[in-house]
Write a protein that binds this ligand. Structure first.
Ligand SMILES: C=C1C[C@]23C[C@H]1CC[C@H]2[C@@]12CCC[C@@](C)(C(=O)O1)[C@H]2[C@@H]3C(=O)O
Ligand SMILES: O=C(O)CCC(=O)C(=O)O
Ligand SMILES: [Fe+2]
Length: 341
């Protein structure tokens, strides 16, 4: 078991917060899944988040500016081969197309962090989300065997290869981001060391929905990570919240990846790079898929504001990754304010 799954084990979820609806059999949206605030599901579809070309000689500046002003940007020329992304997507599709009863064989256990189930934030909302997920930390072999006893190797190879590639990209991005904060190579290497990181891959499915405007795909949240690298296939749905503007749609563009600032980078940058609030709404009846890769320091790493000049005061106390996960497991919305000095 990875150290990250252990950190989540101390906060078991109840079964009804793990088991998704039997989406195959629903013809109408049950009351448990109707969100009352559908009038608020409006978004600005004209504005767009910045795009950063990783080959641009000015990438450090561009990435820093995007983190500061938006907390989220798209990357192009990221070096991840598109056929690998396609393979992961197709394996994710193979998994989510299994009948519900079959997917439940790989159900996340109440104290577990990996496998099939609802999003971890589910218990914090009175309505259920129109979502099913599959969480991978390292090798998915145990759950893959439960799903396909004689045919699990391909799934495992594809997921492990993708995580390896995502880790390299996450490290590259972290170097650019921390350089933009004027941290020295020595300081950067303490936060980003190739040997030590906590990572997770989340396959998300927003199944076919007979009445998309009344449901919520993924409720508003910030990610716990330093940064998250997201691939959204071809269907709209991801929205980010921008102060002074409101919800802004992030349309998928061919081959690009979405990078967003998580809470741990918010702390490390002393709120110079705020973690971005985001949600998924269903814009179409059709099933939507996404792949989210979360990158964080090792669970025993102490995160505290870095790169402060003498005039700045730290806004957050030092907190280990493990402790922050525990704080967030109890207070999903207030976690950052609870560690504010
Ligand atoms: C490494 C992570 C990051 C997790 C928990 C764990 C595995 C699954 C991730 C998500 C994925 C869906 C949104 C979120 C909010 C959730 O409910 O589960 C994420 C959460 C976090 O960023 O806190
Ligand atoms: O499906 C998406 O576009 C976003 C998923 C997400 O926010 C997450 O997995 O944390
Ligand atoms: Fe997220």
């Amino acid at each position: 078991m990875s150290a990250l799954s252990e950190a989540y084990r101390d906060h078991p979820l109840h079964l009804h917060h793990i088991i998704p609806l039997d989406f195959d059999s629903v013809r109408t949206v049950p009351d448990s899944h109707v969100w009352p605030t559908s009038h608020a599901f409006e978004s600005d579809d004209q504005l767009s988040i910045p795009t950063v070309d990783l080959m641009d000689p000015d990438a450090v500046k561009l990435v820093g500016h995007a983190c500061e002003t938006w907390g989220v940007f798209q990357v192009i020329n990221h070096g991840i081969p598109l056929d690998i992304i396609d393979e992961v997507e197709s394996e994710a599709r193979r998994l989510f197309s299994l009948p519900t009863g079959h997917k439940l064989k790989a159900l996340r256990s109440p104290g577990g962090a990996t496998g099939y189930g609802l999003a971890r934030i589910s218990p914090f909302f009175s309505k259920k989300m129109w979502h099913e997920g599959f969480t991978v930390m390292g090798s998915p072999v145990d759950h893959a065997r439960e799903l396909w006893p004689n045919d699990y190797q391909r799934f495992c190879d594809v997921m492990e290869d993708y995580q390896k590639k995502m880790k390299e990209l996450a490290i590259t991005l972290m170097h650019l981001i921390l350089k933009s904060l004027d941290l020295s190579e020595e300081e950067i290497s303490k936060v980003v060391s190739p040997g030590g990181a906590s990572t997770a891959l989340q396959l998300n499915s927003y199944p076919f929905c007979p009445d998309p405007s009344r449901v919520m795909g993924l409720a508003p949240h910030t990610d716990t990570s330093l940064l998250t690298i997201l691939y959204q296939s071809t269907i709209n749905g991801l929205e980010i919240f921008k102060d002074g503007v409101g919800w802004v749609l992030v349309s998928p563009t061919n081959g690009s990846l979405v990078v967003n600032v998580g809470d741990l980078l918010h702390i490390l940058s002393n709120a110079q790079f705020p973690s971005v609030l985001h949600r998924v709404v269903l814009k179409e009846k059709q099933q939507r898929l996404s792949l989210a890769y979360f990158y964080s320091p090792p669970t025993d790493f102490d995160v505290s504001p870095l790169a402060l000049n003498p005039a700045q005061i730290p806004l957050y106390r030092s907190v280990s990754v493990r402790e922050y996960i525990h704080i967030k497991a109890k207070n999903v919305e207030k976690a950052l304010s609870l560690i504010r000095i």
